[in-house]
Design a protein around this ligand. Structure first.
Ligand code: SF4
Ligand code: SF4
Length: 323
């Protein structure tokens, strides 16, 4: 028999956890769902359609201090955050597993890894796509990025711990025994052909498609900021009088005009269509070569929040057709 939690008890489960530790969850605030610290007065939305900001900000906060310096003291690395449990859907948890790979490879990113070590992630599966989402056409694994998976079984969740931290959450009396959720049949029809997409992307930025998108795109960088996978950053020193200060990590976007500008004013991706091509190429060609999966989980946020209404999914289909 499997461990199960009735959907009607899901909020009580979250409340129980929040009574003894910090719980971050998708909450309805001012007509929008966003990740915030849960309190019993909040409206919990575990099956959220979308959130403007993805949960990556919990692990990579914009403007986080990486190092304090000043005076005669040696530079110090700030102590990391308190422990917390965070609930997110399975698509966002998949995105987190990509960030884990990116930040724990050859170069270990200690501030990120510190926050990950402080967190317990609960992934809540949902049968429906997120708003403008296309995760079903990507080969996603849903095997990493979380400590506990809550599999949607209709009116209940099957709880499957993946780590010791996940097993610790299973002590609640609200959890009983029941039927395991039937695994979805492996469905391959309609999946994006990443080989063909990669072949077209490898042709470079001078193809007509990129110039066509460049006529519509504002180069605002919103698609990268709302993306749960995009993780480029800039480092800035914020100094105060007396030589003290803080070295900060700030979110950046390769769509922005000065992203590839280097000393002497040289910009090696100065044209908009070159930057647009680079964004798609990194996600759907380079990432596939380097990590065997795209830097995209099909959450749809870049479509939902693009002010120019550019639909990345349609553009990727065009690459597939031309590849
Ligand atoms: S959000 Fe849309 S307009 Fe802004 S950079 Fe991305 S594709 Fe261009
Ligand atoms: S590229 Fe767009 S659809 Fe893909 S993960 Fe990022 S925001 Fe979501």
């Amino acid at each position: 028999m499997a461990s199960v939690l009735a959907k009607a008890d899901a909020e009580s489960f979250v409340r129980e956890l929040a009574s003894s530790s910090t719980v971050i969850a998708p909450l309805m605030k001012g007509g929008q769902v966003r990740f915030d610290a849960y309190s019993p007065a909040d409206e919990l939305v575990l099956d959220y359609e979308t959130t403007t900001m993805p949960p990556k900000g919990l692990f990579l906060p914009h403007g986080a201090c990486l190092m304090e310096y000043g005076g005669r003291k040696k530079p110090t690395v700030p102590v990391e955050a308190d422990k917390f449990t965070v609930f997110m859907n399975h698509v966002d948890a998949e995105a987190l597993s990509i960030l884990d790979e990116a930040y724990s490879g050859r170069f270990k990113d200690n501030p990120y890894l510190g926050r990950r070590a402080s967190s317990t992630v609960v992934a809540v599966s949902s049968a429906r796509e997120m708003l403008n989402g296309f995760s079903h056409v990507l080969d996603l694994r849903y095997k990493r990025g979380f400590d506990l998976m809550m599999l949607d079984g209709g009116d209940y969740y099957e709880l499957k711990p993946a780590t010791v931290k996940g097993r610790r959450l299973m002590k609640s009396r609200l959890i009983g025994k029941g039927k395991a959720v039937k695994p979805e049949t492996e469905w391959t029809a309609g999946k994006l052909d990443l080989k063909r997409i990669g072949a077209f992307l490898d042709l470079g930025p001078e193809q007509g498609l990129w110039k066509e998108i460049a006529k519509e795109c504002f180069a605002c960088g919103v698609c990268a900021y709302v993306c749960p996978v995009c993780h480029c950053f800039d480092v800035e020193d914020r100094s105060v009088l007396g030589g003290r200060g803080c070295r900060q990590r700030c979110w950046d976007s390769c769509m922005l005009a000065d992203f590839a500008q280097v000393a002497g004013g040289v910009n090696f991706r100065g044209k908009r269509h070159e930057r647009i091509h680079n964004w798609y190429h990194h996600k759907f060609a380079r990432a596939v070569t380097e990590r065997s999966r795209p830097d995209c989980v099909g959450c749809g946020r870049c479509i939902t929040y693009c002010p120019a209404k550019i639909r990345i999914y349609d553009r990727i289909k065009e690459c597939e057709m031309q590849g």
